[in-house]
Design a protein around this ligand. Structure first.
Ligand code: PEP
Length: 249
């Protein structure tokens, strides 16, 4: 049985007191669930979030990290720094990192290696742009992102990987992939992993869908057999919406 996960990516939102307030609301509103529930506040608020959630089952995760262990990388954060405040999971490859900060597959492969070496879990994001889908290239693009960013890892390291398929055209746009489009791509991703590794690895990996998931569409998307949860952006910033999405899993 694969782990189900609902993760909220807060992006560059919420200062220290807003973070505390949203977490207080989430603590009282998130329903009992067997799924893993994660929140990803911005770097500067991670430590306070870890403290505030110390008695909660919600996990605090990071939105990014650098590949080096330490050194002259002004403004960057290492795996060790994250772990030293209790962070065990990091999101890598978000489309905003790829688009606005020039993170390409080769850089992401280095970040993946650094996280795995530090024994962290990785939520690896990828997904096609609108023109890829319009030109019927979406499967090829996704396959290439997976191959270049991830397929160098060993079979045994896949237990540290969670995938998040996030079609770029559906992120923050209000436009959602239909449940059928999500299922079709998730099944393709599993088939691609089975081809590169084996069926057991493909069946074990949790694959999240991300892209304008809301309380109103979560049920239908999560009901698809290869969709194991969601990476939630906008709706993760409102406690009632995030709680309703968690309830849908
Ligand atoms: C995201 O940023 O990962 C995301 C899915 O955002 P949204 O839910 O707002 O589309």
């Amino acid at each position: 049985m694969r782990n189900k996960i609902v993760a909220g990516n807060w992006k560059m939102n919420n200062n220290s007191s807003e973070t505390a307030e949203l977490l207080t609301q989430l603590i009282s509103k998130i329903p009992e669930t067997t799924a893993e529930v994660m929140v990803a506040p911005t770097f500067v608020n991670l430590a306070q979030a870890v403290k505030q959630l110390s008695t909660s089952s919600m996990e605090v995760v990071a939105q990014n990290m650098h590949f080096a262990e330490n050194g002259a990388y002004t403004g960057e954060i290492s795996a060790n720094m994250l772990q030293s405040i209790g962070i065990k999971t990091v999101i890598l490859g978000h489309s905003e990192r790829r688009a606005y900060f020039g993170e390409d597959d080769a850089l992401l492969a280095k970040k993946v290696d650094a996280a795995l070496k530090a024994n962290m879990r990785v939520i690896f994001c990828f997904g096609e742009e609108l023109q890829d889908r319009k030109s019927d290239n979406h499967f090829k693009v996704v396959e290439t992102q997976l191959k270049n960013g991830l397929f160098h890892i060993d079979k045994g390291q896949w237990k540290q990987i969670v995938l998040a398929y996030e079609p770029v055209w559906a992120i923050g746009t209000g436009e959602t992939a239909s449940p059928e489009q999500a299922q079709e791509m998730h099944a393709f991703i599993r088939k691609t992993i089975a081809g590169a590794y084996d069926q057991e690895t493909a069946e074990m990996v949790t694959i999240l869908y991300g892209g304008s998931v809301k309380p109103g569409n979560a049920n239908e998307i999560f009901s698809k057999p290869d969709v194991d949860g969601g990476l939630i952006g906008g709706a993760a910033l409102a406690a009632d919406d995030f709680a309703a999405i968690v309830a849908a899993i």
